[in-house]
Design a binder for this molecule. Structure first.
Ligand SMILES: [Cu+2]
Length: 316
């Protein structure tokens, strides 16, 4: 532990960033409880946890326009895998630090993550599917994750803002509606689709398909319900849908692949299944959505080629 923490400090000094401070030199004994070392800042984390956070932050990029200062005491930093946003599902990560020491703060809350698009011609606003911001990894509790699935990209037709509330220890703040840019996906990609059940509109967002490799992959998706009014962020659907998948390669005679399993609703609100992509290229993942009773509610209709007209397109 001590050796690893020394390594951590060295790394932090190198990048000019300070995380949890060490008491190694001031004679204060570390408080040892099994698995945890408090390094003099009870709002922060053990050296081990600080290292995990530090390592994690090397894998994402900061989004400067969504970072803020609260009460001149705390920084809140926002990150995404690329530092930008695109149509469809995007992870957003948050970290809070003490401005003075740079120490991470473990207990903070991000709420009311609110993306909003203004549509020029229609002179109206709409939101888009979002997931609640919470801890996602028991090793790195000082990092919170939420997500936004943008139904449209920024264009002449309209533009996006994003807002959120933040509470760091006793201090409250956040970001008011701030301009963000949502990039279009590469041509031929479709990662968010909608379907209707009666008067209700639902969105199907597939999470991070660019992480897939040839072979068997876990496939994660979210089903969100459009809000009334549409300016309110779209929360996860309360209904427990099952999403059956039929991956095909349209450029190769629509051949399929074996051993795919339907996405079923998990306790965390996601839908998870297995997708087997036997080769690189364009995969059209035809979808059939069933309700909790097993009735087909979307995607049961056939295109002229015999496959569901509800699909995601992912190039591997
Ligand atoms: Cu729009």
């Amino acid at each position: 532990m001590r050796k690893r923490f020394t390594l951590l400090l060295a790394a932090l000094v190198l990048v000019g960033l300070a995380a949890c401070n060490s008491n190694d030199d001031d004679g204060t004994p570390d408080i040892e409880i099994p698995g945890i070392t408090f390094d003099g800042d009870i709002d922060c984390c053990s050296a081990e946890e600080a290292l995990q956070v530090y390592k994690f932050l090397q894998t994402v990029r900061i989004i400067p326009e969504l970072s803020t200062v609260i009460d001149d005491k705390y920084n809140v930093f926002a990150y995404s895998p690329t530092g930008s946003f695109h149509t469809g599902y995007n992870d957003i990560y948050f970290v809070a630090t003490k401005k003075k020491s740079g120490n991470y703060v473990k207990n903070f809350e991000i709420s009311n993550l609110s993306p909003l698009m203004y549509m020029v011609k229609m002179d109206m606003h709409h939101s888009t599917p979002v997931g609640a911001v919470e801890s996602f990894d028991s090793n790195i509790l000082a990092v919170k994750r939420g997500w936004v699935s943008f139904v449209m990209n920024t264009s002449d037709a309209g533009s996006w803002t994003l807002a959120y509330n933040a509470k760091v220890l006793e201090a409250e703040g956040g970001i008011e509606a701030t301009d963000i840019v949502v990039d279009a996906l590469p041509d031929g990609q479709a990662w968010v689709k909608s379907f209707k059940v009666g008067d209700d509109t639902y969105y199907l967002s597939v999470a991070n398909p660019t992480n897939w490799k040839t072979g068997t992959n876990e496939i994660v998706a979210y089903v969100s319900k459009k809000s009334t009014p549409a300016k309110t962020p779209y929360a996860l659907a309360a209904e427990r849908f099952t999403i059956e998948i039929d991956p095909r390669m349209p450029d190769m005679g629509n051949h399929t692949s074996p051993d795919n399993t339907a996405l079923t609703r998990q306790d965390d609100g996601s839908n998870r299944g297995t997708i087997n992509l036997t080769m690189t290229g364009l995969w059209r993942i035809h979808l059939t959505v069933k309700d909790a009773e097993g009735n087909v509610v979307a995607g049961g209709d056939d295109l002229s080629d015999g496959y569901s007209s509800l699909f995601w397109d992912v190039t591997l």
